[in-house]
Design a protein around this ligand. Structure first.
Ligand code: SAM
Length: 347
């Protein structure tokens, strides 16, 4: 337990998919409406220095965010994601376009920068070092009483926050799957959350791995989700750890009660991500969606997508006027432990 450090994987292909979609969902949910309760059950350190030993050793960000950094003609949602990462890298009065890629924001920072002052952010993290880094990275940022950070189990901790008084919530469940019981805990946590609050928007990240627990997760989530979108990004064909490099060549997002715009956004962006992040000819994507049957009707798995290249109505300018938190992440101290040579830890 606790071999996993997200610092090794920050900004990799899985983070690109997750964080691009995360921004889209949170931007949509904060465009208008009552205050939003956002819970990140597995927060990590909040932000990462890519020049530190962890990221340099794995080099994973080089095949993730680095490939998008200077890419031209990105679809709008991808451009907005890169812009959010650039916000953390701008020095003084320099132009964002001139910034070098040195820091990478984790989900907590991306979320915070998208929230309005009236929205709440609840962060859970169990790793003794990462919880400390998270607390230091978030010291003094956000509106008063906006952020709560707990060193506690995020699966259990979520219960206390849903349903929130405002009846609007977004939950990110992003475990390391270091413990294979995480797969079952994700499914149980989602089922419990939907019982408490059926309209909650929930995003689950998962690795695409040839192990039964991983393969069974999506069907389990489909059984309890009223409406869902499932997206996978594969940057290469299946690979064994012994072939060198990361054996995790694909990851997925299962989003429950998604914004109606999410399917279209993914139709626009997934092919571009495949083009930019491909590591071999096996790169591809998957996109599907469904709605649980209403009484008296049959279930309908369906493509969530509308038209390719459809315009995304939302723009960052319609949102919160708050400047993004630009605090540079606290450097990670080198950790003598390497991620275990186990695909579950390779992210
Ligand atoms: N959500 C982060 C992001 O996108 O930037 C990355 C999170 S990382 C994949 C998973 C984190 O969950 C690790 O930092 C790990 O220490 C932490 N963790 C593992 N088990 C946990 C649990 N039961 N509750 C809370 N955090 C946990």
């Amino acid at each position: 337990m606790f071999s996993y450090r997200h610092g090794f994987h920050a900004g990799n292909h899985a983070d690109v998919l997750k964080h691009m979609a995360l921004l889209h969902v949170v931007n949509y949910l904060t465009e208008k409406g009552a205050p939003l309760m956002v819970v990140d059950t597995h927060a990590g350190a909040g932000a990462y220095a890519l020049e530190d030993t962890f990221a340099q050793k794995s080099g994973e960000y080089l095949e993730g965010i680095a490939r998008l950094w200077n890419a031209k003609h990105l679809p709008a949602p991808l451009a907005r994601y890169v812009e959010a990462v650039r916000a953390l890298n701008v020095e003084g009065d320099a132009k964002p376009q001139e910034a070098a890629l040195r820091f990478y924001p984790g989900s907590p920072l991306l979320l915070l920068n998208a929230l309005r002052p009236e929205d709440k952010l609840r962060l859970f993290e169990l790793h003794p070092t990462d919880i400390e880094l998270l607390a230091r990275n978030f010291k003094g940022v956000g509106a008063p009483r906006q952020i709560m950070i707990q060193r506690a189990d995020g699966f259990a901790g979520l219960k206390a926050f849903i349903p929130p008084p405002s009846r609007r919530a977004f939950v990110l469940i992003d475990p390391s799957y270091e413990d294979k019981a995480d797969y079952a805990r994700v499914a149980d946590t989602v089922a419990d959350a939907l019982k408490r609050f059926p309209t909650c928007t929930i995003m689950v990240w998962y690795p695409v791995l040839p192990r039964p627990e991983a393969r069974n997760l999506v069907p389990r989530l489909q059984r309890v989700a009223p409406k869902w979108v499932n997206a996978q990004l594969h940057v290469a064909g299946p690979r064994r750890a012994s072939d060198g490099g990361s054996s995790m060549t694909g990851s997925g997002l299962f989003v429950i009660n998604p914004p109606y715009t999410l399917g279209t956004m993914l139709v626009q962006t997934l092919p571009k991500l495949v083009e930019l992040l491909r590591q071999d000819g096996g790169a591809t994507h998957v996109l599907e969606g469904g709605e649980k049957k209403a009484p008296g009707k049959s279930a309908r798995p369906q493509a969530p997508a509308q038209s390719e290249g459809g315009s995304d109505r939302r723009t960052a300018a319609t949102k919160s006027p708050r400047a993004p938190a630009k605090r540079k992440p606290v450097d990670l101290e080198p950790d003598p432990r390497e991620p275990k040579d186990d695909p579950r830890f390779r992210r």
